[in-house]
Design a protein around this ligand. Structure first.
Ligand SMILES: NC(=O)c1ccc[n+]([C@@H]2O[C@H](COP(=O)([O-])OP(=O)(O)OC[C@H]3O[C@@H](n4cnc5c(N)ncnc54)[C@H](O)[C@@H]3O)[C@@H](O)[C@H]2O)c1
Length: 576
């Protein structure tokens, strides 16, 4: 299919970002015409915008604005500068997205305010900015509009750039990205991205947003996302320095690419590489990282970039959460477990000798950039282990995803880019949904993610976290939970079989022979003592339907754990 570049460009952004002047420069460069929705309104109404606001109110102004936009959107070979508030209307966004390439000109409130003061302000914003504390008004208005600005096909950060440079960036983005971008006229709708399985191509849009109580941030999931890492940080409003933390396995494969992308986007980037392995997730390493950040004169506002698996994510996240009471954190997960689980949800921690994850915090990141292609270098056993969390999320939340996993297991195991990207995207979206609803695990919603984890934790603790990878333990734990569910009349036998089949098809274990069941049971009992209440089991009633039970009889638990450890082939209390 040949793709054509659209013949309309819309410039969005706050007043003071230079939209009108840039529109004229871009139009001159392309041999097009420059339009300005504010000018069209004033011409049609025969009155100035402040007069319209004063006489008819903002609501009327917004109607006139949509009419003006419709008029502009009916033309070709035009660059349209739009009013700062135009993006707030879904109808307006659709008018722009349908056949037009939408570029947001971004700027810090202080810079915008300085430019507005110097230029006397634009017609639309003048009424909105009247009154005391205009900088405060700009900040508040801009914050309210930011989610809509963020939907643009491309963002140019204008701080420190002259108008000709901004215009050049606009033209470059139009040449490079617009043909691909405009294929979906609903892409600015603000609805979650289409995750139809099989669509893995880069969209330039986040796969989803995490809307937690404490923070809202985008998660990008693309095959090859790393090359745009720096760009994504800038789009998220970050600037200055980026301190990359990684481990030695990941660093020698992806470190240079990450640094290059950050530097190209104007960041002063440096790195600290820790030895791979859980032993690095310690207070000792965190101390070394603090010293390094201090030596680099890290400041509030500088980003910490966690490039690696869940170990690096937790360690770098913990460090970012605590240094200077919090530096912006960017996750760049490279293992499957980190992509679908650890990088989303804001749990960061280090281990103590006494137990894993004992010292930590809830600390949401500013941004997650997931390059699915990194999975191609992940060791096979780590990859297989990661599929356990994917299967779990499908079982507890998404019937269609489960069917996709069953139908495409071979393609997924060989990391076919499109379907793998789509499946990772869907998982990220599911985890983000749960975390958005219950950030701190207070309502019980987030608890469903613990399906299979009760027995898994027991097995991991009983083997000192050495015999099993986390996903392997979760797979065995899900088999155990399904058995318990079946015995309690909660989980239908066909579902128990279906779950076993899908786990096996990904090469996941259903038993962990060699682990002492008594130690695993003791660890479960300890969990219960520590939490001060009965263990809450997540059981499956159906695909996508879980139930929490704290009345699982001890005999059933004992039986399930013994089977998980391969020591009770014959079920106790039954014959044959
Ligand atoms: N914060 C959370 O919500 C959360 C959730 C689950 C797990 N975790 C934590 O995550 C950790 C486990 O994560 P993990 O399984 O990613 O372990 P990991 O980070 O130790 O990575 C596993 C191994 O794979 C290597 N690796 C990672 N990506 C690679 C790539 N693309 N190419 C080549 N090698 C690569 C690593 O160097 C390491 O040797 C644990 O510490 C666990 O406690 C945290």
């Amino acid at each position: 299919m040949t793709m054509h570049r659209p013949r309309r460009i819309f410039l969005t952004g706050f007043s003071g970002s230079g939209k009108s002047a840039v529109a004229r420069l871009v139009a001159a460069a392309l041999g097009w015409r420059a339009l300005d929705t504010d000018d069209i309104i004033e011409q049609r109404a025969g009155r100035s915008i402040p007069d319209i606001f004063a006489q008819d109110g903002e609501a009327r102004f917004r109607e006139l604005e949509t009419e003006a936009l419709r008029e502009a959107a009916g033309q070709v070979d035009v660059v349209v500068a739009t009013g700062g508030g135009i993006v707030q209307s879904a109808a307006n966004r659709r008018l722009m997205a349908d056949g037009g390439f939408v570029i947001c000109l971004e700027g810090q409130p202080e810079v915008l305010w300085r430019r507005l003061r110097e230029a006397g302000g634009s017609a639309t914003e003048r009424p909105l900015l009247a009154g005391p504390d205009p900088l405060g008004r700009i900040r508040a208005l801009k914050a309210r509009r930011q989610p809509f600005y963020a939907l643009a096909d491309y963002t140019v950060h204008t701080d420190g750039l002259g108008l000709p440079q901004v215009a050049e960036e606009v033209v470059r983005a139009w040449r490079r990205l617009s043909a691909q971008a405009v294929r979906d006229p609903d892409r600015l709708s603000g609805e979650p991205a289409d995750t139809t399985m099989g669509e893995g191509a880069p969209t330039g849009r986040p796969a989803c947003w995490v809307n937690a109580e404490s923070a809202r941030y985008p998660v990008y999931v693309e095959w090859g996302a790393l090359v745009r890492l720096g760009e994504r940080l800038r789009e998220a409003g970050l600037s200055g320095a980026a301190h990359v933390i990684s481990d030695d396995h990941v660093w020698h494969r992806y470190g240079e690419a990450a640094l290059a992308s950050l530097r190209q986007a104007g960041f002063e980037a440096d790195s600290y590489v820790v030895p791979a392995g859980e032993a690095s997730k310690s207070l000792t390493t965190a101390s070394l990282l603090y010293e390094w950040l201090a030596s680099r004169r890290a400041e509030r506002g500088h980003a910490v970039v966690a490039l690696g698996g869940g170990m690096v994510g937790d360690l770098a996240g913990f460090t970012a959460a605590t240094y200077l009471r919090g530096l912006p954190l960017v996750h760049v997960p490279t293992s499957l477990l980190a992509m679908v689980d650890a990088s989303i949800g804001g749990k960061v921690a280090v281990d103590l000798r006494e137990a894993k994850n004992l010292v930590g915090a809830f600390y949401q990141s500013r941004l997650v950039v997931t390059d699915v292609s990194a999975l191609t270098t992940l060791p096979a056993r780590e990859l297989t282990s990661g599929w356990a969390e994917v299967v779990k999320q499908a079982l507890i939340m998404d019937r269609d995803l489960l069917s996709t996993l069953e139908a495409r297991v071979a393609d997924l195991c060989r990391l076919e880019p499109e379907v793998t990207t789509a499946v990772v995207r869907r998982n990220v979206e599911l985890k983000a949904q749960v975390v958005s609803e219950d950030e701190r695990e207070t309502t019980g919603r987030r608890t469903i993610l613990n399906y299979g984890h009760t027995v898994a934790h027991g097995l991991e603790a009983a083997s000192d976290y050495e015999a099993l990878l986390h996903g392997e333990a979760v797979a065995v734990g899900m088999v155990a939970a399904a058995e318990i569910g079946r015995e309690m009349g909660v989980t239908p036998a066909v579902l128990v079989e279906r779950q076993a089949a899908v786990l096996a098809s990904f090469g996941l274990p259903w038993q962990a022979p060699g682990i002492d069941p008594e130690r695993a049971l003791a660890a479960l009992a300890l969990d219960k003592k520590v939490s001060g209440r009965a263990v809450r089991w997540v059981l499956l009633e159906d695909v996508g339907r879980t139930v929490l039970r704290d009345d699982v009889p001890a005999t059933l638990v004992r039986q399930a754990v013994r089977r998980a450890c391969g020591t009770a082939e014959k079920r106790e209390g039954r014959r044959g």
